[in-house]
Write a protein that binds this ligand. Sequence first.
Ligand code: FES
Length: 66
Amino acid sequence: MIVCECKGLTEVGIRNLIREGWNSMPLLEAATGVGGDCGGCWQELARLLAEELDPFPDPRDDLPTN
Ligand code: FES
């Protein structure tokens, strides 16, 4: 699936870059230019980064603390 139409980057390609250490929006943009044109892919990039950096989030993290 294409994530960034402007740069022709796929979800698999972006996930591989994140796993190789390009693990932030600025690093991904520096490596590929992704997100640097129209910005239409930023929301999906953020989702992929969150999934790759914390693939098993603890649902209790979203509970309010008193
Ligand atoms: S779709 Fe990624 S910069 Fe345009």
